[in-house]
Ligand binder design. Sequence first.
Ligand code: NIG
Ligand code: FE
Length: 432
Amino acid sequence: MSKAVFIRNASQLVTLKGTSASPLVKEAMSELGIIENGSIWIDAGVIQEVGSDAELFEKYKDRLGEAEVIDATGKLVTPGLVDPHTHLVFSGSRENEFNMRLQGATYMEIMNSGGGIYATTSRTQAASHSELFTESFERLNQFLLHGVTTVEAKSGYGMEWETELKQLEVAKQLNEKHAIDVVSTFMGAHAVPKEYKGNPDSFVEILIEEMIPKVAELELAEFNDVFCEQGVFTPEQSKRILEAGKVHGLTPKIHADEIEPYEGAELASKVGAISADHLLRASEKGMKAMAEQGVVGVLLPGTAYFLMAESANARKMIDLGVPVALSTDCNPGSSPTVSLPFIMNLGCLKMGMTPAEVIAAATINAAHAINRGDQIGSLEVGKKADVTIFNVSNYMKLQYSYGVNHTNTVVKNGKVVVRGGQLIEKLSVSKN
Ligand code: NIG
Ligand code: FE
């Protein structure tokens, strides 16, 4: 059992208190529950007490000797950041496509000529389990160094069962071995395999009849995601795939209205998706439907930035009552980054969000987007002790001072895993 941890005297302690039941919407996204000169007592991996340093010192002064005491004077303390949308497990990189896009090729042109998702699929098919594990483990280290303590991970670079299975098994093993918690999503419907281009419906049948039932039986994922996009899966096919997942206990998620408007936001609301992600081209009708159904809009401004596209309209979504979350979309094609803090900066500058809203979006609302709102995303008694300490004195400065990694300390499940901006050595071995 790990030692108690006492984080003391943060200049701002962002608690997001009282937010576990449902994601934050509208003005509530700005209510961060800040405690100045705040402290937290952590024991047995769980938050035991949150309050002013004076209160907590009084209460725990006789137990200081049994705790690791962290002085957070002058620093910002937030819930560990949550990334609710990544394609974590993949092999290789695609800087050649980056270069092509800079010379005018589009993302979909590259994909339709056999690159893009297909290129990463070939690399991922060829990689061994242990190669994939090692590459993805290193990516998780980088996430942790940026203050992220929980990451959703999608399969989808398989396009056939064996590789999908390999990706999901690697994600499971990463969850077991790495300090970060990894939450799995099956995304067999990431692209139509080349051999099914003339008959995509028969691939849809394989997903529905074979892959989804096996994923559920092996308990390898909680969510089921589809790339609903012109030239990829139609809304009708997407609906069938998502409904099939529901029959097997997989909660729908959807890559919606990313490149072209395709009524993805509407579909997410109809099938009861927990989140609709991307939404660059979502319609107002779709946004309103999401607000009504409480579908979390997971926005990925890093993808818009990297694809040189116009970002989603977060301002409008928040004003309409959509609960908005933020994510990196970490993947080798459209967003090769692990920096959720940079995404938060883009949330402000490219999507009209306020610094307070982006904090809620990268913590509690992100947790709700992966059905973890009751466990993580806020600093409250009884929640997992996932805490990030940044080298800035207030939450606005985290977004204001951009392009710098401000992460100082990360506590995951009550254990210090990053100290002074460095991973602690033991981390490279295992969670336990
Ligand atoms: O979320 N749009 C589909 N999937 C990813 C990109 C995957 C890739 O290009 O490898 C996305 O943008
Ligand atoms: Fe994605």
